[in-house]
Ligand binder design. Structure first.
Ligand SMILES: [Zn+2]
Length: 266
């Protein structure tokens, strides 16, 4: 770390709204400043781009293609895959299996739903998507199942649904992109019925791989990842929104590049 102040246009801490932050030089790149909040330790991009630019220039489908070309794994990723297999986990299926079991039947909302996850019947799929192209693809699929997809930023769209409307909310590879993560969690708490759950999957800034790989860790993406959660900072933000939290991949969390968690509304 280095005691250089983030730029004047920097946003406050997305978790505690503190204004003091210390730039992490090793993880900052070009004009993008990664900082740690002086008050609560939350790590975030101090100067994210606006929603309008995200909608087109940084749409998920483009940045995903970029990431796929760049790679960014390490020997630890291989070890983690073997550990996951030993624990009975199977790759990308796991997240879907977690929420299909955890959610009660009813209206299920996927925020950042570009890839339609097809919640099983009788769940009714709803979504919020910022990218024009992805919204156009997913909305008809959801309407055919009785739901629909709202074209909006997640932190705005979530407030447009009725209170206690959903049984479950999916935030898979979404919260790390959201410039207002606390607001979207508060909105999800309002939009969920009592006992409802949020499934969260975010890059794990607390992973051993990040410490080993440093700036080459696969979780760093400039500037489309704007929040870098550990299990502790995710738990804190979830608690402020009224949720308790269960880590899904607790056994191998220390070596996993992602955190998977269920947030539960009492
Ligand atoms: Zn903070």
């Amino acid at each position: 770390m280095q005691g250089i102040a983030p730029p004047a246009t920097a946003r406050p801490c997305p978790s505690c709204e503190g204004r003091g932050a210390t730039r992490i030089a090793a993880y900052s790149r070009d004009e993008w400043h990664i900082v740690a909040c002086d008050a609560c330790g939350f790590v975030y991009l101090a100067n994210p781009v606006g929603y309008a630019d995200l909608r087109e220039a940084l749409a998920w489908e483009k940045s995903y293609a970029l990431k796929a070309r760049k790679g960014g794994s390490s020997p630890l990723s291989g070890l983690n895959r073997r550990l996951r297999r030993a624990l009975g986990h199977r790759g990308g299926e796991r997240g879907t299996r977690v929420w299909t079991r955890a959610f009660a039947s009813g209206a299920v909302l996927d925020i950042g739903c570009g890839e339609f996850l097809r919640p099983p019947e009788p769940m009714v799929p709803y979504g919020i998507e910022l990218s024009n192209a992805l919204h156009a693809r997913v909305d008809p699929l959801m309407r055919a199942r009785g739901g629909y997809c709202l074209k909006a930023p997640g932190a705005e769209g979530i407030w447009q649904f009725e209170p206690e409307f959903f049984t479950g909310v999916i935030m898979s590879s979404y919260l790390e992109h959201e410039v207002e993560p606390a607001r979207v969690l508060e909105g999800a708490h309002r939009a969920l019925m009592p006992g409802g759950k949020v499934f969260v999957r975010v890059p794990n800034y607390g992973s051993l791989n990040r410490r080993v790989m440093g700036a080459r860790w696969c979780g760093f993406r400039y500037p489309d990842h704007v929040n870098y959660f550990t299990s502790a900072t995710l738990r804190t933000m979830a608690a402020m929104a009224g949720f308790s939290m269960q880590i899904v991949n607790r056994a191998n969390l220390w070596i996993d590049d992602n955190i998977q968690a269920l947030l539960i509304k009492a």
